[in-house]
Design a protein around this ligand. Structure first.
Ligand SMILES: [Zn+2]
Length: 96
């Protein structure tokens, strides 16, 4: 396993913890962006905002990790992606 595989797995596990703890909140669509608020797992950490640009499908996050590693999806983005995908599945089911 390479260092980046290991890093990716840690990020993935953190995203799962965020989702399991109900810390990922979809706040709505504002203009052409969907906004998610990601509450911290511990009081020592900060909450973060994730934006999904609906026209391009590009996610962005205001966390430090994201600014340092723009090429790697942070745990907040991964958790927001999963919530968004789950919401779209529910909407698709309601239409049928
Ligand atoms: Zn982030």
């Amino acid at each position: 396993m390479t260092a980046s595989d290991f890093q990716r797995r840690m990020i993935d596990e953190k995203a799962s913890r965020l989702l399991d703890s109900g810390n990922v909140k979809f706040e709505g669509v504002f203009g052409r962006n969907a906004r998610f608020r990601i509450l911290p797992l511990t009081p020592k950490n900060h909450e973060h905002l994730v934006f999904l640009e609906l026209d391009t499908g590009v996610y962005s996050c205001d966390c430090k990790f994201s600014s340092l590693h723009p090429d790697v999806e942070c745990s907040q983005i991964i958790s927001a992606k999963r919530i968004w995908a789950a919401m779209n599945v529910i909407q698709a089911q309601q239409k049928t």
